[in-house]
Design a protein around this ligand. Structure first.
Ligand code: NAD
Length: 527
């Protein structure tokens, strides 16, 4: 059956054509929130493409059980409940660079218009007046522009502002200062930037640290001649505080493209503020950007659904599938180790610790494999690489990982220790040449087997006759033995047998084996 993709914001025809030509079924209803999602469409979709107009919330992820990917045609993903996407194993991807130029040009256009009262001149002319004396503006040359957020758009704005001969102050705690060495951007503290800038432009995401970054408290730190521009996200500025600051001349002007709640409410205080220039979220609204992000997101979503190809993931614990290609055999080993442990545990799990030895060091990534194997068979929820850690966290299972330089018998080894209330379940494995992986220790017994098919894992007293008794039970029940691998513990006279069998065995047969007096425990493993 073809993958189905829902689109609830406008996407260009050429983008939709990419999906259709690749055999995907498209449900195009680009008028969110007026879209009817109560008709079972959510339950049937594999992908969902949106812009900034659609709000994807927790209940959408709960309902859309088959949803594998949400594609945001654009940068900001604050309209997507990422936490719940991750929890339900849905990938979120965006197009981070598709509209940077449009947003940067809009910022500079807003700054220029604000500075020269272009919007006011236009409105007074339309009103029949020839107003000039009240609309004297300022040049940008030699003024100081404070840029908060030195990412893609912030840097494009800087390039353009430099052509106006502005002095640039930049603030971004998360960029390497060496990036700006020798450039004409002076990195400043946020306090200095507020105090010295004539224009302040925001290019940060809306996250906890930036929510209401601009409030009455910070507005009061700015020059009374300062003008502020926000083409980033609503919610970074406290709108009521801004309106008050403009009306009481605490700052001189503001140009705002994005709002806390969109569309902007008719009773927003901003609409009646002095010295304000407003646009209805037009930052990315150019034909070039719309076409670019439409094509890119449709390509990305179809690549992911059809070919597992990954670009610009937001909520994946590693940057790309390419990055983990070399780790694939180790991930497969970890997943099987987790799966085996899930079939042995009989008590609630408290914690999981992954230890890597030798030439394999990526404990964090391998812990995802173990969790996927371990949790995949004990919950109805879809468990994948995206949500494995989040599901563990939700269940109160602590996960840790480390690399040890301890010398080992193999070139590499991965050990998973599942801590239960009263005991530990340990398993170790190693990847050999040709990417074949083998289990090398189970519950403390050194052993060597390829984990596949149906396996009986039998613990018994190390005395003569057990192999014959087990073989007898299986023979009487017409179950063929493919391999019988033994491991003995020298210190407490116990042994462990791995018996690979051709067919599934039912509980009665397990009961017969367990009733052999020397047998202490039997686990049936299915890999
Ligand atoms: P980006 O990720 O490239 O850059 C964001 C920068 O902000 C990063 O360098 C990051 O280190 C910095 N940052 C994060 N928290 C910070 C903090 N507390 N203080 C200072 N810096 C901080 O993003 P971008 O592509 O440049 O986009 C910037 C913003 O513009 C985003 O919010 C995006 O959603 C928005 N945007 C709006 C429109 C529009 O239509 N108006 C269009 C495109 C993008």
């Amino acid at each position: 059956m073809a993958f189905k993709v829902l689109i609830t914001d406008p996407i260009s025809d050429t983008g939709i054509k990419i999906l259709e030509e690749r055999g995907l079924e498209v449900v195009y209803q680009p008028n969110y929130p007026e879209v009817d999602l109560s008709n079972g469409v959510l339950e049937s979709i594999d992908g969902w493409i949106i812009r900034s107009g659609t709000q994807i919330e927790d209940f959408h992820f709960e309902t859309a059980k088959n949803l594998k990917v949400v594609g945001r045609a654009g940068v900001g993903v604050d309209n997507i409940d990422i936490k719940n996407a991750t929890r339900t194993g849905c990938l979120v991807m965006n197009v981070p660079d598709g509209n940077s130029i449009s947003a940067a040009e809009h910022t500079v256009a807003m700054m220029s218009a604000l500075s020269r009262n272009i919007h006011k001149g236009h409105m007074t002319l339309l009103g029949g007046a020839w107003e000039r004396s009240g609309l004297i503006g300022n040049e940008l040359q030699n003024k100081t522009l404070g840029v908060i957020g030195l990412g893609r758009i912030g840097r494009e704005v800087i390039k353009r502002a430099q052509s106006y001969d502005m002095k640039i102050l930049g603030f971004d705690p998360y960029v390497n200062e060496s990036l700006f060495e020798g450039s004409e951007v002076e990195l400043a503290t946020i306090e200095d930037l507020y105090a010295k800038s004539d224009y302040i432009t925001l290019h940060v995401p809306l996250v906890d640290s930036t929510k209401y970054m601009i409030s009455m408290k910070t507005l009061k730190k700015m020059k009374s001649t300062a003008r502020i521009i926000n083409v980033a996200r609503g919610g970074i500025i406290n709108e009521n505080d801004l309106a008050e600051a403009l009306n009481s001349n605490i700052i001189a002007g503001a140009a705002i493209d994005v709002f806390e709640s969109e569309p902007l409410s008719k009773d927003s205080a901003l609409l009646s503020s002095k010295n304000i220039l407003l646009t209805p979220h037009l930052g990315a609204s150019t034909y070039e950007a719309k076409e670019g992000v439409s094509l890119k997101i449709c390509q990305q979503v179809s690549d992911y659904l059809l070919d597992d190809k990954l670009l610009n993931p937001i909520n994946l614990p590693f940057a790309s599938f390419e990055d983990i290609k070399t780790l694939t055999p180790f991930l497969n080993l970890s997943e099987v180790m987790g799966l085996i442990q899930s079939q042995i545990i009989e008590e609630p799990i408290k914690s999981i610790s992954i230890q890597c030895f030798g030439e394999v060091e990526e404990g964090k990534i391998l812990s995802i494999g173990v969790l996927k194997g371990l949790l995949g068979s004990i919950t109805d929820n879809r468990i994948n690489y995206i949500n494995a850690h989040s599901v563990a966290n939700e269940r109160g299972i602590a996960v840790s990982y480390s690399h040890s330089s301890e010398s080992i018998a193999y070139t590499n080894s991965v050990k998973s220790i599942v801590q239960l209330q009263n005991k530990e379940i340990t398993i170790e494995g190693s990847v050999f040449s040709d990417n074949i992986f083998r289990i090398t220790n189970i519950l403390g017994f050194d052993i060597d087997f390829i984990p596949s098919g149906h396996i009986l894992c039998i613990y018994n007293k190390d005395v003569p006759g057990v192999v014959g008794s087990v073989g007898g039970v299986l023979g009487r029940n017409k179950i063929n033995i493919a391999e019988f691998i033994l491991s003995r513990s020298s210190n407490n006279n116990t042994a462990c047998s791995i018996v690979k069998i051709d067919d599934f065995v039912d509980k009665n047969v397990i009961g017969h084996i367990e009733s052999i007096p020397e047998v202490t425990k039997v686990f049936l493993l299915k890999i």
